[in-house]
Structure formats: C-alpha cells, structure tokens
Design a protein around this ligand. Sequence first.
Ligand code: NAI
Length: 485
Amino acid sequence: MGSTNLAEHKVDAVVIGAGPGGYHAAIRLGQLGKSVICVDRDEVGGVCLNWGCIPTKALLHVGEVVRHIDHAAAIGLKVPKADVDREGVAKFKSDVVASNVGGVKTLFKANGVQFLYGEASFKSPTEIVVKNKDGGTDTVVAQNVVIATGSAPIDVKAWPRDGESIINSDDAVQMKRIPKTMLVIGGGVIGLEFATVYTRLGAQVLVIEALPQILTGTDAEISKTLGRILKKQGVEIMLDTKVGAIAKSGDVVKATFNGAGTNGKDETRAFDMVLVAVGRRPITDNLNLAAAGLSTDDKGFVAVDQQLRTKVGSVFAIGDVTGQPMLAHRAMKQGVIAAEAISGDKSAAFDPIAIPNCVYTDPEVATIGLSEEEAKAKGYEVRIGKFPLAASGRARTMNESDGVIKLVGDAKTDLLLGMHIVAPQAESLIGEGVIALEMGATLEDIGLSIHPHPTLTEGIMDAAEAAHGKAIHIVNPKPKAPVAK
Ligand code: NAI
C-alpha cells in the first residue's frame, strides 16, 4: 500500500526538532508573528526534557536527598537510612518530565506554534516531508527552515547495547533497575552524573576514563577536586585507562581494561551493568540534507554563521547539530537568535563571550571562561584567586564545606578570564561569572561588590579579594617576589 499524502501546509517557518533549541526557535517565531510548524518524531522537549537535563536532574536531586539523610546524624538528627523505592523514584522523575513537556505544549498553543508528529526530511530547501507513524506524509512548504535535530549517544560497536546490562544514557535514565556493581566507561559529564546517581542509590561504581583527567578540558585543579570528592563518596575512578573487550556472561558483563589504573596490566572484572558514556554525535542521518543543498563536515556537524544561517540562506541550524559545546542553554539562545534573524533583525547574532558549563555531580561543578591552563596557553600572565569552601560560614551552616571557588584573571589588566566552582549550587553561583565575563568585570570589581552575608556567593567575592592578597576569611597566599627589573 502506498503512503497517503495527508496535508500540505504553507508557513513562514518550519522548525525540525522540538528540543530546547527547536522549541525556543518556534516559540520566538510565534511571538514575532510568524506562522510556524515545529516537527518532531518524538515527544515535545527533545533530549533535554525527556532523556537528559530534566530527568537526570530529578534523579540527582533524589540522590542528594539520600546524602542528606545519610549525613543527618552530623547535624543532630536521628533519621533511619533511606529505603530506595526504585519505582517511586522513577515515577517522580517521569512526573517532572511530564509537567515540563506539558508546559512547552501550553506555550506552543499560546504562541500559535503548530506541532507535527513525524520524521522530517528535506525535499528541497523550502519543502519538508513529514512521515507520520502510520505511513502517511505531510508536506510543509516554508520560507525558512530551522534544523534543530540535536544529538544522540555514541554507541560503540564492540560493546553492543542491549538496554539492560550494556546501556547508554537513554537507558540509564529509565532506572529499570539499580545494579550492585556498575562500570561507567567515560569520565565526562554524563558518566560522572550517572556515577553520582547510581552510587547514591546503592550501586558500587567504577568510572574508567581513557584520558589523564575526568572532565577533560576543565581546569585541572577543579577536575582533581571533584575526583577527590567523588572518591570520598565511594566512586572508584581509573584515569588513563582504556576498556577493551566486554562480554556478557550469564547475569554479568565481564570487562577487561588496562592502563594507569591497573598498573599497565590487563584486569578483568564482572559488573551487573555497564554504562557507555563516551560522547554524543549530531543527528542528521534521515534529513536528506543534500536535497537542501547542504552537507555536514567530517564530524557530522552543519556549519552556520553568527546568525545561525547555513550556506543556504533560508535554512538555519541550531544546537548540537552545529557543534560543541553540546549544551541545552547554547541551543536555546541560538534558537532565539535564529528566530529573530528570520524575522528580519539584522543585528541578531550569536556571539557569547563564553558559555557556562555545569556538571550536576554532588557537589556540582560549574565553569565559565578560560581555565588556568587555557589562559596560560593563550599567553596570559594569570592572576589566580581561590577560596576554599571550608572557610565559608554559609557552607559550614549547610555542613557542605568541601569545594573551592577559583577565579582566573589577567594579571596585566585585572580582567576576569574564567570562573570555576566546585560547590553545592555551583550551577546557580556561576550566573555571577556569566554576567561578570559578559560585562567585562575585573577581579577588583568583583571584590568590591558587596555580596550578601551569609551566602555561598560571598566566596566569589572572597576569591576575587584573594587574587589581590586581601581576602579576610583566609590566610592570603604570600605575594610572589617582585620581578627584578
Ligand atoms: P564527553 O565527551 O563529555 O565525555 C566522554 C568521555 O569518555 C571523555 O572524557 C573521553 O575521553 C572518554 N572516553 C572515550 N572513549 C573512551 C574509552 N574507550 N574508554 C574510556 N573512556 C573513554 O561525553 P558525554 O559525557 O557522553 O557527554 C556528551 C555531551 O553531552 C557533552 O558534550 C555534554 O556537553 C553534554 N551533556 C551536558 C550535560 C550538562 O550540561 N550537565 C549533561 C549531560 C550531557
């Protein structure tokens, strides 16, 4: 039976993908009075709402509550150990997802965005075919197209995913079971966030990272601080170590690995579950980009200019398909800029000074701008200001004093170059770094700004003061001897 053509739609713009980038673009287009259709083969909200940011953060919140219960005695509370009801936890996570998805659907309606459910591909730069689940097709003719198809976990052929004992992040978030022992391959953000969740819920977790540090690219001191804290929490971490063969054997998966973590010898261990978290890849497979006159680079990304325009002027691309960093907040802002550019705003441009990066371990890591190593590599003479959480009155009241706030500045101009935090609520604290970097603040500006007391944000002020050797709450490092003239 041939497929049926259900309908032909004519709109100003069609957005392919209803993830954070796509839904931002669609809603902003609606706000600007454009007729817009947003297409997705899956639920509204994309990876962020359905599989990534939101559900993992719900699980991490549960993990954090477990930790508070575990440590309740330290603050004078007698609380029995948390008894994890896996189904209850999974339901909490699903309810959070459902209410977020519902919110976006409401915003679509309120802004006149029509949602089409199906797989979209290009027929020409201005024509999109949408294959519905029942085999029928819709055609959308649009003056502008926004590609917002996102990314998916990289699956490694040698470690075939079965969704049960060899899993990726999409499976891990489903929480079908809590293993007794778990191997996490990849000490990146996904690996460490799930290592945190599953450790809290009772699993014994080993993280194996091929490179010499976790969170490669992050300031080395910050990465080491997090590694130390995670180890204290019971997460085993092997750096500079590679996983080779993985084989299912009955109820367990046997993995062989070798590297610095095994003193250069092959080691084989059995695990109940193996999570492969070695990166994500852009999704453009089914788009038929060629029909739009487009192609991808050798990594699979679609090239765009500052307005998010591809080389075909009427076709835009935003989010993970356009390159690193693959972060929801980058995609969101790009979606808004693309919508404004489509609506004729010539000044609309995506040109951030820096993009913040948050890792929702417990405590969290949040960074923005240059790490100390990056600043030095760029030729800056750096001025560092550090404030350990152990010296923060507010952190002590929370019984959470493990962590550090580190500022990287340019010794010549005093300008802030980077802010790096390991602390509870680091993801919120970094907002100060976002504004400071965008506004061109100096370390002195930050140190002179009166921060409320008692708060964790004071630590940022203290770190800035420490950079000038005048922090009050710590013994300031001795200034370096003046350079002989
Ligand atoms: P990633 O690139 O951050 O980390 C993957 C790690 O796996 C790397 O450190 C790599 O060296 C390691 N690796 C690769 N092959 C390996 C092997 N054979 N053995 C051992 N280690 C190996 O990728 P990840 O964690 O999968 O995250 C993907 C993307 O998702 C990131 O770009 C991130 O931006 C985004 N994301 C962001 C989150 C957030 O903002 N909180 C949360 C989750 C994902």
